[in-house]
Design a protein around this ligand. Structure first.
Ligand code: 5CA
Length: 437
């Protein structure tokens, strides 16, 4: 993409109403604009990152055997009356009346709808286990939307719902999502710690929140220092229920809990290894058994012809919130430093002198070669000062900066810089080789 033809409204000044660094940088880097409290428009650069995050989430859900669907955002109140949550959900639910005076709502989560859709398609125990998921916008009328996409009112969520015949199966479904979450967050360069958590309005008796440690986080968290090490989950065989359970039990032997689930005995046992921090909740998994299937009368036929009530779990990831969490973890005083897996483009190609024929030819050539090789390049071909171009490149945080200038070109080199890291002078072919490796 040529910057001269792009839509990248960067801001020089930090907007006064943005309190946390991720919100400030997303506004300054032209990624989002607020259109109403807690509601954002996604501009081209922000949308590209959102799509990358979404795709990593999708790949790990698919790898864990979950099946993608798409539910409507607007739902009938009827459905929620059946589960008893229409009244219980309270003022966080945005309620809408249509022209025929029918009560509707903008989905804040979707246990009810997935339960009836599943009921409609599943008849026998052979239709179990299944896990259905979607990546869809949600609306929660939060009392205090703040910190940009970290606590919005409209936000993008991945929500999955598992259906199993018995507790052992349901536990395995929970464990599969657990490990999928660890893999998902690690691929984005995040270290998320699973912590015992409260179940809130979703209900049930088993839940973990996945927390990224950050001073600006809204959750108070307590954990054993062993959690500060990264975990390698690549070797885990998720199809083997026993091995997976043993692995997760092993992980959970190290204490980690949110404020509501603190355990005095476990904290005493951890002793000096107990750490306290603030964190951002990027995902949560729940097991709640037959809470919804029973309330909504869902059964399938068991092997003996008797009805079986499926046991459920639900599993959420804050897709748009993740973008804020990644920036909180990956930035410096000049701007964002994107992990390569979620970067909007891989390379910022900077031509320092658009009025110099040799520079323009070299930069155009690099742009063509890299693009042809499938590298995502944002090409700063604008007639601007070098200083302004560097400031924009640092602010938007692409992993690589490739700088073409008259001095270097005279001796056949360009400058290749890692955002937030080293720089070197290399020949044009060497630069292409390194960026396409
Ligand atoms: N139905 C369950 C799981 S599918 C559910 O709704 N879980 S949740 O309430 O924990 O939400 C899932 C994830 O959405 C959270 O872990 C969080 O990362 C994200 N989330 C929740 N509220 C907001 C919000 N106001 N703004 C941005 N992200 C949010």
């Amino acid at each position: 993409m040529r910057l001269s033809r792009y839509f990248l409204p960067v801001l020089k000044e930090t907007p006064g109403d943005a309190q946390v660094v991720s919100h400030q940088l997303m506004l300054r880097a032209g990624m989002i604009r607020q259109t109403a409290a807690g509601i954002y428009a996604w501009l081209p650069l922000g949308l590209r990152v959102l799509k990358k995050i979404e795709q990593i989430v999708r790949e790990e859900q698919d790898r864990a055997g979950a099946i993608e669907v798409l539910m409507p955002t607007i739902q009938s109140a009827e459905l929620w009356k059946q589960s008893g949550r229409y009244e219980a959900y309270g003022p966080e639910m945005l309620r809408i009346v249509d022209r025929h005076d029918r009560e509707m709502l903008f989905s804040p989560t979707a246990e009810e709808l997935f339960t009836v859709i599943f009921q409609n398609g599943a008849k026998s125990y052979r239709d179990l286990p299944r896990n259905l998921y979607q990546i869809q916008w949600k609306f929660r009328d939060e009392v205090r939307p703040r910190f940009g996409v970290l606590r919005g009112r409209e936000f993008l969520m991945k929500d999955a719902y598992s259906f199993d015949a018995d507790f052992a199966g349901a536990r395995h479904s929970y464990n599969r999502m657990f490990i999928a979450y660890m893999r998902t967050f690690a691929r984005m360069g995040l270290h998320a710690i699973p912590m015992q958590a409260d179940t809130g309005p979703i209900g049930g008796d088993l839940s973990h929140e996945f927390i990224v440690l950050a001073p600006t986080g809204e959750s108070d968290v307590f954990y054993h220092e062993n959690w500060e090490k990264g975990r390698d989950t690549d070797h885990i065989e998720a199809d083997d229920a026993g091995a997976l359970e043993a692995y997760i039990d092993g992980l959970n032997a190290d204490y980690a809990a949110t404020d509501e689930k603190r355990d005095a005995a476990a904290e005493a046992a951890a002793g000096a290894a107990l750490k306290q921090s603030k964190g951002i909740e990027v995902g949560q998994v729940f097991y709640f058994g037959d809470k919804y299937t029973k309330a909504m009368g869902v059964t399938v036929q068991g092997p003996d012809g008797q009805p079986v009530t499926p046991l459920m779990g639900s599993y959420g990831i804050g897709v748009s919130r993740l973008m804020g969490a990644i920036i909180e973890a990956c930035h410096d005083k000049d701007g964002i430093i994107w992990p390569e897996a979620v970067a909007p483009y891989k390379v910022a190609l900077i031509n320092l002198r658009v009025d110099d024929a040799a520079c323009a030819a070299a930069a155009d050539g690099l742009y063509a070669r890299l693009t042809a090789a499938g590298v995502e390049v944002l090409y700063d071909d604008r007639d601007e000062r070098g200083g302004a171009k560097f400031a924009t490149a640092d602010l938007i945080g692409l992993p690589w900066q490739l700088v073409v200038g008259p001095k270097g070109l005279a001796s056949g080199v360009v400058e290749l810089k890692r955002r937030g890291g080293d720089k070197s002078e290399v020949g044009i072919d060497a630069a292409v080789a390194q960026l396409t490796a």
